[in-house]
Design a protein around this ligand. Structure first.
Ligand code: 5AD
Ligand code: SF4
Length: 465
């Protein structure tokens, strides 16, 4: 599943069947990390006597898990809060809570300007939710936006809310230490901390036992995962490559994915681990942001265009059939046409299989907001973004065309939205394939020969291995 901020779907929680308990409705915006956080929140609340509903009209408590990464992500949430206000007018006992990044960033504004808001809870304070809800029930505001250096919710088994029963997110770390100059995440999610690998392996094993066939290890920068433990007199450290191997070894039939990688930290060791284990999927999401070394420096990305291309070369030589996706920002501070052309030429050079593309959106208090002028006019940002999107459209199509005639192992993830007679699933390279059913079920691995493609999807038919 590919989810990114403001264009994201709303992930509504599904029902846990219990009519006697107070009902919580959770709506989630933002990244995969946020989706997983909502699952942690659901787990905490169910453990404290609440039930979860997907019907907002049934809710006693409405929670909105929010994203701050770009301005329009926040604008959308303000719109939703107005709607919640209307619901509350009809049913004044309903509590409304803002969770996540906006809670962290805009606590005071939310409390002062949005009367509808009863709870404001930051990403590291979810264990406090039951206490804060009780305070709100007593007419106080339930507020906790303290960030932690330790919290990883390691012991909490998230309640899987998307319920496809096939693929699940597993959070392996929280926060971020990178300080990219445009990014609000270090401020909203705090410092980077890694989760105990044994709790990760345990959670993955539980997912396997429950029938799951794919896990995606999540972190803002998974390649800097680092855990140190004392074994007798010896200190033993686990890096991301080690963790990947531990997870791959849980079950050879479990697909393992991970996101997001930072180009400065993606080591050959990780690439060799990926190459060694069949069940680690051949896909890397490697955000480049810009093709201009000058802009990358202003973004504080800590790599050059050449460094990035060197990583691409390493991926291609160690894992020849690996797909590569990226994130690109158009119109960062001081970006010239020359810088923009460098982004376009890098895109062509790499031939990305997929990309998330954004206009630069200045976020208050970030390094860029404090030290650089947001000086690329809006219409220039829009035009550059359009050019980037158009080029990526061609590259994505080329990437799919190149698969026509090839065979791939595909994990059946569900029924196609367009036809009851078809399934959809993904290749190891994370490309979606639609194919006629042939007596299999969701969760099965099948071999599919690609017969055709549209700009968005591969089409195929099931074949013998
Ligand atoms: N403006 C636009 N895009 C941003 N991203 C992060 N911060 C901003 C911002 N201020 C993009 C980056 C990142 C992705 C998650 O969101 O491309 O990789
Ligand atoms: Fe949005 Fe970043 Fe927060 Fe995820 S971590 S919800 S992308 S601001």
């Amino acid at each position: 599943m590919n989810i990114y901020p403001e264009d994201a779907n709303i992930f509504e929680t599904s029902n846990t069947d219990d009519t006697s308990r107070p009902k919580v409705y959770i709506e989630t915006y933002g990244c995969q990390m946020n989706v997983n956080d909502s699952e942690v929140v659901a787990s905490i609340l169910i453990g404290n006597g609440y039930s979860v509903t997907s019907d907002i009209n049934q809710a006693d408590i409405i929670l909105i898990n929010t994203c701050s990464i770009r301005e329009n992500a926040e604008t959308r949430v303000f719109g939703r809060l107005d709607l919640f206000g209307q619901i509350k007018k009809q049913k004044p006992s309903v509590l409304v809570g803002v969770l996540g990044c906006m809670a962290e960033r805009l606590k005071d504004q939310l409390l002062e300007q949005k009367k509808v808001v009863d709870l404001v809870v930051g990403p590291d304070a979810y264990r406090e939710l039951p206490v804060l809800i009780r305070a709100a029930e007593d007419g106080q505001k339930g507020v906790n936006v303290l960030l932690s250096r330790e919290e990883t919710y390691a012991d909490i088994s998230p309640v899987r809310l998307d319920k496809n029963g096939v693929s699940a997110f597993v959070s392996i770390m929280r926060g971020c230490n990178n300080m990219c100059s445009y990014c609000v995440v270090p401020y909203t999610r705090g410092a980077e901390r890694s989760r105990d690998p044994h709790t990760i392996v345990k959670e993955v094993q539980e997912l396997v036992n429950a029938g799951y066939r794919e896990v995606t290890l999540l972190g803002q920068n998974v390649n800097s995962y680092h855990w140190v433990e004392q074994k007798g007199l010896i200190k033993h450290s686990v890096n991301f490559s080690d963790l990947l191997e531990m997870v791959a070894l849980v079950d050879p039939r479990l697909r393992v994915r991970f996101s997001t990688s930072h180009p400065k930290d993606l080591t050959n060791e990780v690439l060799y681990t990926m190459a060694m284990y069949e069940n680690i999927c051949n896909h890397i999401h490697l955000p480049v942001q810009s093709g201009s070394t000058r802009i990358l420096k202003l973004m504080n990305r800590k790599y050059t265009r050449e460094d990035y291309l060197n990583r691409i070369e390493a991926i291609r030589s160690i894992i020849p059939d690996c797909s590569i996706s990226t994130d690109i920002i158009a119109g960062f501070c001081t970006e010239t046409e020359v810088d923009h052309d460098l982004t376009l030429s890098l895109m062509r050079e790499v031939g990305f299989d997929f990309a998330y593309m954004f206009k630069y959106s200045e976020r208050p208090n970030t390094k860029a907001a404090r030290h650089l002028e947001d000086d690329v006019p809006e219409e220039v940002k829009t035009r550059r973004l359009m050019e980037i999107i158009e080029l990526q459209g061609k590259l994505s199509e080329q990437s799919k065309q190149a698969d026509v005639g090839k065979r791939f192992e595909v994990l059946v993830e569900g029924e196609s939205k367009k036809s009851k007679d078809e399934f959809y699933g993904r290749t190891s390279q994370n490309k979606v394939v639609v194919f006629p059913k042939a007596g299999h079920k969701v969760g099965d691995f099948v071999y599919v020969e690609i017969t055709d493609c549209t700009p968005a999807t591969l089409m195929g038919k099931i074949v013998e291995e």
